[in-house]
Design a protein around this ligand. Structure first.
Ligand code: SF4
Length: 278
């Protein structure tokens, strides 16, 4: 029965890059492979590709998660991370038998917003740079005499911006003059479609993060890119955090959203005065 189930799987290789970029080393020459995991289906699919298509030995793989709200033991309000994410990543780590590294920026996203006196936006996306990119780069700079392959789960289908990004890059933490550290960055599922990502997760029996019941992407619960209906749903799921976020808009004198160049409050964005609460 088990072998039948195994035969039914399409295998990750059905979906990914037919050839690796020529600038890369042969995959078995990397000492470590880091997969950035948010908890979203794309990051899960990336791990599955690493394991089942590239057949990277488990001893070389680390799941690396960047928490957006900072230290979970700081006592600060967890405003942006989904409360289920830590548990989901523990589940994923156990299910795949891979180590999980959780790292964060000390200020967290709320702290960075207050420091700057503004919310991030698509033009000034400091949330991703401070809370994700820089946190990983700082962590990885501790290593020397090592060849690292970083895998992340961006896909062309998600946005024009993502479709224009290269499949392969040297990471900003690639060697400096004094360090012998190589950090190659590959986006192996760039050409996969959302339906294929979901199918791959199902083929390997991996559950999806529970947030997909409410939002289409597993990002911050109050992500700047949430649609009005997604923001409306999360506002109802987390009413205290929503009230706090609206207070932040007042305190900062800056709104998360704008429309036609004009500030657009969170309440107006979700047309809160028209929502029927049952
Ligand atoms: S999920 Fe949205 S709000 Fe959170 S870091 Fe990414 S872009 Fe910024």
């Amino acid at each position: 029965m088990l072998s039948n189930v195994m035969e039914m799987k399409r295998g990750a290789g059905a979906y990914v890059l037919p050839e690796l970029p020529s600038e890369m080393l042969p995959i078995d020459e990397y000492d470590e492979v880091h997969v950035n995991v948010s908890g979203g289906a794309d990051s899960v699919a990336t791990v599955l590709v690493a394991l089942h298509d590239y057949r990277i030995p488990k001893e070389k793989i680390k799941l690396v998660h960047m928490r957006v709200d900072g230290d979970p033991n700081s006592g600060k309000r967890p405003l942006f991370d989904w409360p289920q994410t830590d548990e989901f990543l523990e589940y994923l780590s156990k299910a795949l038998d891979l180590p999980l590294i959780v790292i964060w920026d000390e200020l967290g996203l709320e702290g960075r917003i207050r420091e700057r006196g503004m919310f991030p936006s698509s033009q000034c996306r400091f949330c991703t740079s401070y809370l994700k990119r820089d946190v990983y780069a700082k962590w990885v700079r501790q290593f020397d005499n090592i060849k690292i392959l970083l895998l992340t789960g961006e896909r062309s289908e998600e946005s024009t911006e993502r479709s224009e990004k290269p499949i392969f890059r040297l990471h900003s933490a690639h060697k400096t003059r004094r360090k012998n550290r190589l950090v190659h960055w590959l986006t192996p599922i760039k050409h996969m479609l959302k339906t294929e990502v979901r199918q791959l997760c199902a083929d390997y029996g991996i559950e999806l993060h529970p947030c997909y019941q409410w939002v289409s992407r597993c990002s911050c619960k109050f992500c700047i890119f949430n649609t009005s209906s997604e923001m409306s749903r999360t506002s109802q799921l987390f009413p205290e955090d929503w009230a706090y976020l609206k207070e932040m808009e007042q305190e900062l004198g800056h709104t998360m959203k704008s429309k036609d160049g004009m500030s657009h409050s969170l309440s107006a964005f979700i047309k809160e005065d028209q929502i029927a609460f049952f």
